[in-house]
Design a protein around this ligand. Structure first.
Ligand code: MLC
Ligand code: AMP
Length: 484
């Protein structure tokens, strides 16, 4: 069982989010109440704020064996409605729906309240508040390992985000492999401030803590000051956050007492690796993952950590490189090809999109990442095969999704979106737009309102025409060259 370690001992402040804490007993009791609310549902969604309520709701759904869909809390109507429709959610859990106790350490006081489901003007599924002070015994039946635990939405190159169903077994395999690789144990205190609707913050950062039995301190926002004050042993962050930690040497030095600093979700620039090592005394552990594959490659607690390289396959994972004609490439540290993976943490296919070209005929998942593998099994992620998948601040953003929203603005005639290299975010979303009578900031705000805020272009260039080839296809390389 995924959460078999939960509650064997009642740990004080087992989970703290933004200064509010629950013991493990309180967490189980409150999660038991959620499990009752969702019992019998086919799929449940949650507005996944960075809150104790989200942690409780995730725990409750895992205990109940009901698939949960985390929706970015700032998702605008286009993105939110697509997700809720695509996954056919029966209920929407609302972390802000119940009474909120005052901040401060220690257990939450009682305050029973059961407002029951409410419907938001008939649009979308009924809304059920998550209320920490409600208590119920968790369900006693075991959840089968092949049951879907989460459906995570992630961007493709074109169109709206796709649902990635992830089973209890896949999560358990990924987390156990990481626990082995990092010697992650109940003695750890995990600290991070990542969003709770993606693999990094939610699967590793919440379910990982619950499965290993380590305490979790979520800092609310991933600020260097918050990380410095948390006093943890194990820290998770994306490269943008590590870069900001390095820019605050006092905060960075406060991490000297940690055991392991982990970086993932995007390439950690070599200078950031080196500066973090200098300031904290720790070489960061890098690891590589994807929504579709959870975590598959990492450096280990014991042994090398190499700037610019993400480590070796975790237990149960196999990887290979292929060339343009599908031929296998040697693991010689020089050949560059598409990275393909197999393993118990890899998903089985996108929700409602069976039969696509995402797996090879012999069952390997095509990651779309371009990589090198050394003779010693070390992996280097060189980049993405498609120019249309952007990584900004560790978020995966599809150019097509942003372009579609821009094109829905009445003033816009043409739009092309690219990921421009950026020192802080890795890549920055930049739009080139042909339009009349609209200012760039209005278009930025339009995207931020319709989609999640992090998908908004940071810059919009108004142009007379987009560069196109003889076939009429937009030449994005030319746009990228223009913006450098
Ligand atoms: C600015 N804001 C606007 C706005 N302009 N809001 C609306 N409309 C506009 N036009 C404000 C918001 O109010 C908000 O303010 C703030 O901008 C949020 O902006 P942001 O751009 O997202 O903040 P930023 O500082 O750029 O964020 C950097 C970051 C973030 C690193 C904190 O990118 C982040 O949390 N990244 C983590 C991504 C992640 O977890 N990826 C894992 C994917 S899983 P306010 O006041 O709210 O701040 C994966 C698998 C694996 O990849 O291997 O791990
Ligand atoms: P997502 O589906 O949002 O989890 O994004 C997955 C993508 O993030 C991968 O396909 C990679 O392109 C990128 N990624 C994740 N971890 C790393 C890493 N350690 N180094 C480089 N890229 C990474």
């Amino acid at each position: 069982m995924l959460l078999s370690n939960l509650g064997s001992v009642d740990v004080p402040a087992a989970v703290t989010v933004d200064g509010r804490a629950l013991t493990s007993g309180e967490l189980i009791d409150a999660a038991g109440a959620v499990a009752r609310d969702v019992a019998g549902a086919t799929v449940v969604a949650i507005r996944a704020t960075a809150s104790l309520e989200t942690v409780v709701a995730v725990t409750g759904c895992l205990l109940a064996g009901v698939p949960l869909v985390p929706v970015p809390p700032d998702a605008g109507p286009v993105e939110r409605d697509h997700i809720l429709r695509d996954c056919s959610a029966d209920l929407l859990l609302d972390p802000d729906g119940g009474p909120r106790p005052a901040r401060g350490p220690g257990p939450l006081g009682p305050g029973p309240r059961d407002p029951g489901p409410r419907s938001d003007a008939g649009v979308g599924p009924p809304v059920v508040p998550v209320v920490l002070s409600r208590r119920a015994d968790p369900p006693s039946g075991a959840v089968t390992p092949d049951r879907t635990a989460l459906i995570l939405y992630t961007s493709g190159t074109t169109g709206a985000p796709k649902g990635v169903p992830v089973t209890h077994a896949a999560i358990a395999a990924g987390l156990d492999a990481l626990a082995e690789a990092w010697a992650w144990s109940p003695d750890d205190v995990l600290v991070h401030g990542l969003p709770l609707f993606h693999v990094h913050g939610l699967v590793l950062g919440v379910v990982g803590a619950l499965r290993t039995g380590s305490r979790l301190v979520h800092t609310g926002r991933p600020t260097p000051q918050g990380y410095a004050a948390a006093g943890g042993s194990l820290y998770f962050a994306v490269p943008t956050i590590w870069s900001r930690v390095c820019a605050d040497p006092t905060a960075a030095r406060a991490l000297r007492d940690a055991r392991l600093l982990v970086s993932g979700s995007a390439a950690l620039p070599v200078p950031v690796f080196q500066e973090l090592t200098r300031l904290t005394g720790h070489q960061p552990v890098e690891r590589y993952g994807m929504t579709e594959t959870l975590i598959t490659v990492s450096s280990r607690v014991v042994g090398d950590r190499r700037p610019g390289w993400v480590g070796t396959p975790l237990t149960g994972v196999r990887t290979r490189l292929t060339g343009e004609a599908g031929e296998l490439l040697p693991h010689d540290g020089e050949s560059v090809g598409e990275l393909q993976v197999r393993g118990p943490m890899v998903f089985g296919g996108y929700l409602g999109r069976a039969g696509r070209d995402d797996f090879t005929p012999d069952g390997w998942f095509r990651t779309g990442d371009v990589a090198r593998i050394g003779p010693d099994g070390w992996h280097q992620i060189v980049g993405r095969a498609s120019i249309d998948l952007i990584k900004s601040g560790g978020y995966r953003i599809g150019a097509g999704e942003v372009e579609n929203v821009l094109l829905a603005h009445p003033a816009v005639r043409e739009a092309a979106v690219v990921g421009v290299p950026d020192a802080d975010l890795g890549q920055q979303v930049v739009a080139y737009v042909v339009a009349d009578g609209v200012r760039p900031q209005q278009l930025i705000d339009f995207v931020a309102t319709e989609l999640s805020v992090h998908k908004r272009p940071r810059k919009v260039h108004m142009v007379d025409r987009l560069p196109r080839n003889a076939m009429g296809k937009v030449q994005k390389k030319a746009l990228l060259d223009d913006s450098r």
